[in-house]
Design a protein around this ligand. Sequence first.
Ligand code: KG4
Ligand code: ZN
Length: 339
Amino acid sequence: MIVLGIETSCDETAAAILQDGAVLSSIVSTHWLHSKYGGVVPELASRAHLNLLPMIITQALDESEIDFDKIDAVAVTKGPGLIGALLVGISIAKAIAYAKNIPLIGVNHLEGHLWSAALEGNPPRPPFLALLVSGGHTLLVGVQAFGQYELIGQTRDDAAGEAFDKVAVLCGLGYPGGAEVEKLAAFGNMKYHQFPVSMRGQAGFDFSFSGLKTAVSNFIRRTPDALDNHRNDLLVCFQHAAIESLVHPTCRAFDEGDYNGLVLSGGVAANNQLRQRLSGEIEKRDGTFHSPEPNMCTDNATMIAWVGWQRLLNGERDDLSLCGRPDLPLTEILEKGRR
Ligand code: KG4
Ligand code: ZN
């Protein structure tokens, strides 16, 4: 089965072609135009998707050397995300499905991230624990099987990626700044300052990042030469605290559950320090560690096409009434699975 995947939930316009789960092409265009605003401007994102998506789909078809008529189904992100952005992808997916009379399937973006490691040589074997860390979400999910998910923990305030992005802006870097923070932190001195690590030594599996963000902001205000002379030091100390704030609840959840391994996914999973720290902890516990290649951690359409393919194989379909859901939770899938 050849599936066209479409992803337009935020500031990446992406299309991918999968044949029986194998990637034939994957094109991602990131909207750098938001950089100067320090965050995604929804109206500009919708317009950029509208301009880019037809071209990105054509490019995905060209690269896969698949004729448009050979597409068997269209999978598209239905949420969560920015409503205007989602509607661009959904409308184009519906038009293709209608014109070609092929199945349409709406995919939960978070479920896409959960399975983005499945496309690699060593797929995770359920039951596994998944830590999903992106610009909009920080979730710990227990995965019993495809479609059977249990929410174990989540952030009480900011998402992990949001903390990286906000600190990047405080330090005069562009948006999204996570990758740049990691790059500069490599030159920093870890002994410069100790920022608070949330949820360390506490029960439960939730996360919190707003205290850390405020601590960085207060430190910059109180320390006149922090940005001029110690930006890399500040960044490595922030990065260390952010990573530890993710590692402690995740290890507690892993210890208390019965999991074969850990899947780390979402944009922040591209962070090498986080990958190394978590893989070390999980391997110490005889678990297997899985994370997609860094370029597949951030938003892409491959993961959407893959989940869509699985759902189509399960006999699921959507009709042309499919609509975007900005707040679509992952747990809805759990509830649906139970019905
Ligand atoms: O999954 P994603 O592309 O979009 C959302 O669904 O949110 O994640 C984007 C997030 C941004 O916050 C970005 O700063 C962060 O992932 N990010 C990183 C790194 N690369 C991307 N954060 C830390 N270290 C990185 N290397
Ligand atoms: Zn994402």
